[in-house]
Write a new protein. Structure first.
Length: 385
């Protein structure tokens, strides 16, 4: 990397620890709309507290443990650290089932608080909520295995660093032409519960081109338990957005540019000095963390006595989804397998688009039939004359 651009980058002064609780990062109330918008613009991320109730956080954590038990054949037990050896998550803590599909996962996705916050930041109402996964990271310090056996497990920590972007910095900054293939974003007409269709929901919006100068690409998560700086969780490089990202792009080699051409998950080179500016973001329970996809980020290993839990939730403008009917069918099928209240789902899930394709086909068919009848009547009229 050309280091000439880096010394000019200084993390913005607006970020820091919470003045009332040093375990956490600075956060905002939901009604401080102008303040948290400005903070996001400068720092590339923002924390809004008390978005999801503590009760719903606890219920969601219960569902995570039910899921862990289910996918491990009851081998993993919540209250027995001796069963945590056979841990089903990746080293990043991401629970690698296709999606989180229990009742609480769906309830949290339909949170009016979350919707209002994203509406305010995007400055538009027509949004769809993502369908994503959970994250759970085991404690690694002072674990009680019973019979006075208390020890640390450094091998459970996970990855210290895997900084990346969930977009292509060259495409997004305009340094490389973005060829947007709508076909790759469409859902298949068959096999709607197959993992390859659900997997498209996990990366939804990553390859969306920057259509306007002020276009935003946002990601988010809800902290389901208090997550101190030592607990790991989310880390990023504050302020590395906008012109700073553009300067970084212009300083990179042509080889690196070509390596990531057409890709929308881009890893930060491990030796890049920007990683030195990384900051772990401590989060209070029930808070919503939103960050710009321009921001280099990743999860950090857990170095504490506590579990880290979160649910990934973001919202994207409906206009950025190329296949609304196909998406609606996949979401509807996933929803009905786990959530009884399908009659009262929020429009943010996008189920209202489920029959759009069929309706369009019927309209076309009826139009063609009407045209054919008109031609037939015209012919009959000419014959009868």
């Amino acid at each position: 990397m050309n280091n000439k651009t880096l010394p000019s980058f200084v993390p913005p002064p607006e970020y820091g620890v919470d003045k009332d609780d040093s375990r956490f990062f600075k956060s905002f109330r939901m009604d401080e709309e102008e303040e948290y918008r400005k903070f996001l613009d400068v720092c590339g991320f923002v924390v809004i507290r008390d978005v999801v109730s503590r009760e719903d956080c606890d219920k969601t954590v219960d569902k995570i443990w039910e899921l862990l038990s289910e996918i491990t054949g009851n081998r993993v037990q919540r209250d027995d650290p001796n069963t945590w050896e056979d841990w089903p998550t990746q080293k990043t803590g991401i629970l690698g089932v296709p999606i989180a599909s229990d009742a609480m996962a769906w309830k949290n996705r339909q949170s009016k608080n979350i919707k209002n916050i994203f509406n305010n930041i995007y400055n538009e109402d027509d949004l769809l909520v993502s369908v994503d996964r959970y994250n759970i990271m085991r404690p690694t310090k002072n674990i009680n295995f019973g019979a006075n056996d208390v020890k640390d497990r450094d091998d459970w920590k996970g990855l210290a660093s895997w900084f990346h972007w969930d977009l292509n910095p060259w495409h997004w900054s305009g340094a490389m032409e973005h060829v947007y293939d709508k076909g790759n974003s469409d859902f298949e007409e068959h096999g709607l519960l197959f993992s390859h269709n659900l997997a498209k929901l996990l990366t939804e919006g990553n390859d969306t081109p920057k259509r306007y100068k002020d276009s935003k690409k946002l990601q988010g998560l809800v902290a389901l338990a208090d997550t101190s700086f030592a607990t790991g969780g989310f880390q990023c490089v504050p302020g590395f957005v906008g012109n700073v990202l553009t300067k970084w792009v212009s300083s990179q080699s042509e080889d690196l540019k070509q390596k990531f051409k057409g890709k929308h998950f881009v890893g930060v080179p491990r030796t890049d000095p920007l990683i030195e500016y990384a900051q772990v973001i401590g989060l209070p329970k029930g808070s919503l963390l939103i960050w710009s996809s321009e921001l280099p980020h990743c999860n950090r290993m857990n170095e504490s006595e506590q579990f880290r839990y979160c649910q990934y939730i973001k919202m994207i403008p409906t206009r950025d989804v190329s296949d609304l009917p196909g998406r609606a069918k996949v979401v509807a099928n996933a929803l009905t397998h786990a959530f009884v209240g399908t009659k009262d789902v929020s429009p943010v899930l996008g189920l209202q688009y489920r029959y759009e394709r069929e309706t369009r086909k019927r309209i076309i068919a009826h139009s063609l039939l009407f045209a054919a009848l008109c031609v037939l009547l015209a012919i009959l009229f000419m014959v009868l004359r």
